[in-house]
Design a protein around this ligand. Structure first.
Ligand code: SAH
Ligand code: SF4
Length: 391
């Protein structure tokens, strides 16, 4: 199959993507009584809020510390702020969290949270503890549903309802931290239970770049949650123009959902490939800043029996990514109700991994986590639907 044209990577293309995704932005983070949510504001927005109520901008720094370092949600417990100002703040602002609609814990200790936001929309967040050490990854959702419809992905069967706001993306992480009581934020290299963030939940993060970027900037701020960009991985199905932007502005680790090495097959499995084909995607990976042996690009490759798991596929893969500092995560397909694929057999996976490894790339086979509670890669889905503007 041929590709009509290689899209150009101009600023105009990025502007088009950003404008389109803004149509799916969440409602403003303001309560019915007019109080504004402070979680999710940038530092400068927080300073503007202070100025707007006649307070000095340094209050923003104080609040930042309480909100993101201490995890405090109650103004009356902010001991460095005098009582009259505490009251003034409480009349105008809130420091909220998404509501925890349900929590399920897997036999392997993976925990899945269903968070409900102010307008009733819901998204899932998963905490995956390291089996050997006191650390773990928090898998955040970036959208309710997804516009893309990768054939093997449960989220892809749920239409995009809307983007999650920075408030809601940071809020997922903070609510998960609440559940494990990990406040104040551990400083520097102090071990953390919630030690990494992976943007691998529901949605395509690069189709919600404005909110995802803002949320990650908040999470990385050294005076708050202070998670280093090296501990954050953004996974994309290949929104090529936005990969450049994310690399330049955020510098987080990049994971690319490759899944196929020929355009005809990838067009089917990851339909976004029809817009940004493999050659474009790989070129964007080669451009991605900071890729080095210490900081490799991760290629995700879901192992689908008889579909993409042959020896020829493995050989083509190593040829395709030759010279890119990379590791290949081989993900056994996680089934979901109604899915039509099967997981590759152990022999096929081993054979595939060996070829990739012989070519000099790490090729860990991901142990599925949380499958019993539908918390593994590609199993997330909520019942949220798009509601009309009037309701
Ligand atoms: N939308 C982004 C991030 C979320 S998906 C992306 O596509 O990259 C996180 C990873 O899980 C992706 O690599 C995705 O392709 C993979 N995945 C989706 N469905 C899966 C399934 N059923 N089994 C295993 N991995 C799956
Ligand atoms: Fe969306 Fe990623 Fe699922 Fe594809 S794999 S449908 S991009 S969430």
């Amino acid at each position: 199959m041929s590709h009509p044209q290689i899209p150009d990577l101009t600023e105009a293309e990025r502007a088009r993507i950003l404008a389109k995704s803004a149509l799916f932005d969440p409602p403003p983070a303001v309560l019915a009584d007019g109080r504004r949510e402070l979680v999710g504001l940038s530092r400068s927005e927080l300073a503007e809020e202070m100025t707007a109520i006649g307070e000095a901008p340094f209050r923003a720094r104080q609040l930042w510390h309480w909100i993101y370092h201490r995890g405090e949600t109650d103004f009356s417990r902010m001991s460095s702020i005098a009582r009259p100002l505490q009251q003034k703040l409480a009349e105008r602002f809130v420091i909220g969290r998404p509501e925890t609609a349900s929590v399920q814990t897997s036999a392997d200790a993976t925990r899945k949270f269903l968070f409900r936001f102010r307008d009733g929309q819901e998204a899932e967040t998963v905490y995956i503890p390291d089996p050997h050490e006191d650390r773990g990854a928090v898998c955040l959702s970036s959208q309710v549903g997804c516009t893309l419809s990768c054939r093997f992905c449960h989220t892809g069967t749920q239409l995009l309802t809307r983007n999650l706001g920075a408030t809601e993306i940071v809020g997922q992480f903070m609510a998960a931290r609440d559940a494990y009581g990990e406040w104040p934020s551990p400083k520097g290299e102090t071990p953390r239970l919630l030690s990494t963030i992976v943007l691998m939940g529901m949605g395509e993060p690069l189709y919600n770049y404005a909110n995802v970027g803002k949320a990650m900037t908040i999470v990385m701020d050294g005076e708050g949650i202070a998670l280093s960009r090296r501990r954050i991985t953004l996974s994309t199905s290949g929104v090529v123009p936005m990969m450049d932007r994310a690399g330049a502005e955020l510098g987080v680790n990049l994971a690319v959902s490759l899944h196929a090495v020929r355009n005809d097959l990838r067009d089917e499995l990851v339909p976004l490939n029809r817009k940004y084909p493999i050659e474009e995607l790989i070129a964007a990976c080669r451009r991605y800043p900071g890729a080095s042996n210490a900081r490799r690009i991760t290629f995700e490759y879901v192992m689908l029996k008889g579909v993409n798991d042959s020896v020829a596929d493995a050989r083509e893969l190593v040829h395709l990514i030759a010279g890119i500092p990379a590791k290949i995560n081989l993900i056994p397909f996680n089934p979901w109700p109604g899915s039509r694929f099967e997981t590759s057999g152990a022999v096929a996976i081993k054979r595939f991994a060996a070829i990739v490894m012989d070519a000099g790339f790490a090729s860990p086979v991901r142990t599925p986590r949380g499958r019993d509670i539908l918390a593994a890669c590609g199993q997330l889905r909520t019942e949220s639907r798009r509601v009309s503007a009037e309701t």
